[in-house]
Ligand binder design. Structure first.
Ligand code: FNR
Length: 363
């Protein structure tokens, strides 16, 4: 780390402010944390290879995703329980994202309801866990459609809460009074029970490609599958009429030892060959990371934990500042690399490098 910069980043500040159990739930990862570390290291390993003398000074950062115009190719990943970071929770995130002109994915396990959050001025995409109760799943989809959600993002990498270090993620206990308004009408969690147990009773771990066909048939919304790592699954998604896949390993929270998402991205892009949009998440902390993911073929990049740190430290203003910083960093990188538009960012702008010294500071 540069010795002149104090290690006073967003995460450290959030760590100071959040109750320890909430910080651990947010920051935590599966097993030994190898996947989480790999996601971050993959960005560190990749280096930029700029084009010079291009005359680029005012690049266009806007893009189109699922037909929606976004001012930058970065959106908010679905994250449960944002109300534990800030009283306004998902509302603050949605208002800030709307202000900067991008989109947010609202989690099934969000602290605020679809109907509340959809009032914010950002395109809202709804993250769906397929529930054991298909009738309740259908009702949730209908609710998302009625509320005005613009896409259904189905998470496919959570057949089980995975092997997690005892006392870290697996035993997170929902605090008294936790609201899960998108699941109103379904059995509430037992007070004092771990979130993992509640998740297991609620979510269907035995979902298959047949269910993807069912989702397609019951939902008029664009369909996105989140949690794809294998190129074959990207191909299958295209064959099932899916509109986008998110190359994701759930931020290293599910399967320890899974491939880093940036490493998995190029093969999924190649296998799907433009038949659907390929998004990615996992370890994106800076605008330079966004640039690297674009260079390897991502159409959209989702940001996870940094949004929680921004929420915890500054609520709506914090999230707006985070996105403004990401925007400025991406703009600077595009200028320096000679890219006038997001579509100009290409594989030749990155190259494998050697990791020397300490990795970059976190966000
Ligand atoms: C998540 N993520 C997640 N994903 C999902 O599909 N449904 C969910 O309910 C949640 N909940 C959730 C809670 C918390 C606290 C975190 C940190 C993450 C995963 C999320 O969408 C995304 O894939 C990762 O967070 C991306 O990695 P980074 O940016 O956090 O490294």
């Amino acid at each position: 780390m540069n010795p002149s910069i104090p290690p006073y980043d967003l995460e450290s500040r959030a760590h100071e402010l959040l109750p320890p159990e909430v910080y651990i739930y947010y920051a935590g990862a599966a097993g030994a944390g190898a996947t989480l570390a790999a996601n971050l290291a993959a960005f560190d390993r990749l280096r930029l290879r700029p084009d010079v003398l291009t005359g680029t000074i005012a690049p266009d950062l806007s893009t189109t995703v699922l037909g929606a115009r976004l001012t930058l190719p970065v959106a908010v990943a679905p994250m449960a329980l944002q109300g534990l970071a800030h009283p306004e929770g998902d509302m603050a995130t949605a208002r800030a994202t709307g202000d900067v002109g991008t989109a947010m994915i609202l989690a099934t396990l969000a602290s605020r309801s679809l109907e509340e959050v959809v009032a914010a001025p950002c395109p809202l995409w709804f993250q769906l866990y397929v529930l054991r109760d298909r009738g309740a799943t259908r009702a949730l989809i209908d609710r998302a459609v009625a509320a005005g959600a613009r896409a259904l993002v189905v998470t496919v990498d959570a057949p089980t809460s995975g092997h997690r270090r005892p006392g870290v993620l697996s035993e997170f206990i929902l605090p008294q009074g936790t609201r899960l308004p998108n699941l109103a009408g379904l059995p509430a969690p037992t007070p004092g029970a771990p979130l993992r147990e509640y998740f297991a009773t609620l979510v269907d771990g035995a979902v298959t490609w047949k269910d993807v066909g069912w989702l397609r048939s019951v939902s008029p919304l664009p369909l996105v599958l989140k949690g794809i790592l294998a190129p074959e699954d990207g191909r299958l998604a295209a064959e099932h009429g899916v509109d986008a896949v998110v190359v994701s390993n759930h931020g290293g929270r599910m399967l320890d030892g899974a491939v880093a998402t940036l490493d998995a991205l190029p093969a999924v892009v190649e296998a799907t060959a433009g038949r659907l949009e390929v998004w990615m998440d996992g370890g994106v902390r800076r605008g330079g990371d966004v640039f690297k993911a674009l260079a390897l073929g991502a159409r959209l990049v989702l940001v996870g934990r940094p949004v929680l740190w921004a929420l915890a430290t500054g609520g709506e203003v914090g999230v707006r500042t985070l996105f403004t910083d990401l925007r400025n960093e991406l703009e600077t990188t595009m200028i320096a690399c000679g890219c006038a538009a997001v579509g100009d960012v290409a594989p030749r702008h990155v190259t494998e490098g050697t990791m020397i010294g300490t990795p970059r500071s976190p966000r």
